[in-house]
Design a protein around this ligand. Structure first.
Ligand SMILES: O=C(O)CCC(=O)C(=O)O
Length: 265
């Protein structure tokens, strides 16, 4: 475990995020960057119109559509490496499960503005969002592959509901728009090698600019039912398992999926 694991946990519980500076070596980042850039170039070609018109992220980086066996194994080994697992287990101590990966980049259209949101607002109406922030736990681990402006977060909103300004801006009510500044926002600039861990349901926005390309690893606490959100194709194939040093993060989601399959008959 990392030395200050209980400190990390208490920071995360209080603020909804933690930043670990210079966590990864240059070698770790450059080998990850190589695989991710391969994905990104192929993805952009395949999604040309979407990329040019509106995209600011892609997902399913570990899937089989763009990367071959060895590159996928490299990604799975990074995602479940000791450095990542130490942090994941600090914030989700019991059976943390892999959910997905996303890659964040700058939109091509310079008019497109970064915007405040909670991830749960895309699945839930307002009253359900209030329950989601109390009861479920999805965590993003952001690994910037280049220095970037980073993220802006509203500390503490992983556990508390919006104040009026936050609500009106995030939900675009009363003439406000989600790209306005929030007085409670805190900017976290990031450099390649840093790790930012944050709650998906806190109020946050990515800051567009510089050469940003950030890999987000999403994990969840199985106390929340997110199994159906996980695409089978982004999980390791059976033949990859013995090439992954510590496959627990993936075994946990595969176990949840088997239980679900039995329950559903
Ligand atoms: O970086 C971005 O553009 C947005 C990031 C975000 O919303 C997320 O990671 O959930």
């Amino acid at each position: 475990m990392i030395d200050n694991s209980s400190q990390l946990k208490s920071n995360y519980d209080q603020q909804g995020y933690i930043v670990i500076r210079d966590y990864f070596t240059e070698t770790e980042i450059s080998s990850l960057r190589k695989v991710v850039l391969k994905f990104h170039e192929l993805w952009k070609k395949d999604n040309e119109k979407f990329y040019k018109e509106e995209a600011f992220n892609s997902s399913l980086i570990t899937g089989s559509e763009f990367l071959a066996f060895d590159d996928r194994v490299k990604l799975f080994n990074f995602i479940s490496s000791k450095k990542i697992m130490d942090v994941v287990e600090s914030v989700i101590p019991t059976k943390p499960s892999f959910m997905n990966t996303q890659l964040f980049f700058n939109p091509v259209n310079p008019q497109q503005k970064d915007f405040w949101h909670r991830d749960c607002q895309y699945d839930h109406e307002v009253e359900e969002q209030k329950i989601a922030i109390q009861e479920t736990q999805v965590v993003h681990l952001r690994v910037p592959l280049f220095d970037e402006l980073g993220m802006e977060l509203v500390p503490g909103t992983h556990k508390r509901w919006d104040n009026e300004e936050e609500y009106n801006v995030r939900q675009e009510e009363k003439g406000r728009v989600s790209s306005e500044n929030l007085s409670t926002g805190k900017e976290i600039k990031l450099a390649a090698g840093d790790l930012l861990v944050f709650s998906a349901d806190m109020i946050h926005r990515g800051l567009y600019g510089m050469d940003r390309l950030a890999l987000d690893i999403l994990v969840f606490d199985p106390a929340g039912d997110f199994t159906d959100y996980v695409d089978d194709d982004c999980l390791p194939e059976l033949s990859m398992m013995d090439k992954i040093d510590d496959p627990r993060l993936f075994m946990n989601i595969l176990d949840l999926k088997s239980i679900k399959a039995v329950e559903q008959g």
